[in-house]
Design a binder for this molecule. Structure first.
Ligand code: VGL
Ligand code: ZN
Length: 207
């Protein structure tokens, strides 16, 4: 049962990641309604919002001749190229209409730097730019982080791995996530999460 030292991070439950959206996660819509009651079990909830400028480096459209879902080598390492998604202020970037978490104390927007992607809510893809979230949670006395949302194998996994790296006990609420699963990315993410000591639970178990 979550207590005062626990925080739930709800990752990127936004229109563009739902069926019909620009970067649709299969069955992503299924988690929207259940996250409401899950989140009510936590006093502290953070929502994240993927929030890119139109000129963002992760958009295939900004690299002439390159197609979505390929990989590009950037100064910070390999970057998957995505369809244009979650452009700042667009309808696709809005939080899903059925996401009912009125008590969330923070909406953390990430991926705002045109030159750096940020799957993780803690650290951008250059692996050095800190969002400040770990320090904020620690200042509020948080010791354990639960993570759910979209997509399991990208923003959820990177957020959970960085929560561990920042010293939080970390629990992934598996049935409150859905995956993109690009070229084995889900299996790879699961292996990395297990190796890092992230544990797994279900909505029903967070009683
Ligand atoms: C995400 C790819 C690109 C995610 C965000 O939320 O998992 N994936 N931007
Ligand atoms: Zn993105």
């Amino acid at each position: 049962m979550p207590g005062v030292r626990d925080c739930l991070i709800v990752v990127d439950v936004q229109n563009d990641f739902l069926p019909g959206g620009a970067l649709a996660v299969p069955r992503g819509d299924e988690i929207v309604a259940p996250i409401g009651p899950l989140a009510r079990r936590f006093d502290d909830v953070v929502l994240t919002q993927d929030w890119h400028p139109a000129a963002h480096v992760s958009f295939a459209a900004n690299h002439p001749g390159r197609a979505p879902f390929g990989t590009l080598d950037l100064p910070y390492g390999p970057q998957v190229l995505w369809p244009t998604h979650c452009v700042q202020g667009s309808a696709g970037a809005a939080l899903a209409a059925g996401l009912e978490v009125p008590h969330a104390f923070l909406i953390l927007r990430k991926g705002c730097d045109p030159a750096i992607d940020s799957y993780s809510a803690f650290r951008e893809a250059d692996r050095t730019t800190d969002t400040g979230l770990a320090a904020l949670l620690k200042a509020r006395g948080i010791e354990r982080v639960y993570v759910c949302g979209l997509a399991t194998d990208f923003c959820v996994a990177w957020t959970a791995l960085d929560a561990r790296a920042a010293g939080f006990a970390t629990v992934l609420v598996e049935d409150a996530c859905r995956a993109i699963d690009l070229d084995g990315s889900l299996a790879a993410a699961r292996a990395a999460l297990e190796a890092a000591g992230v544990t797994f639970t279900t909505i029903a178990e967070v009683a």
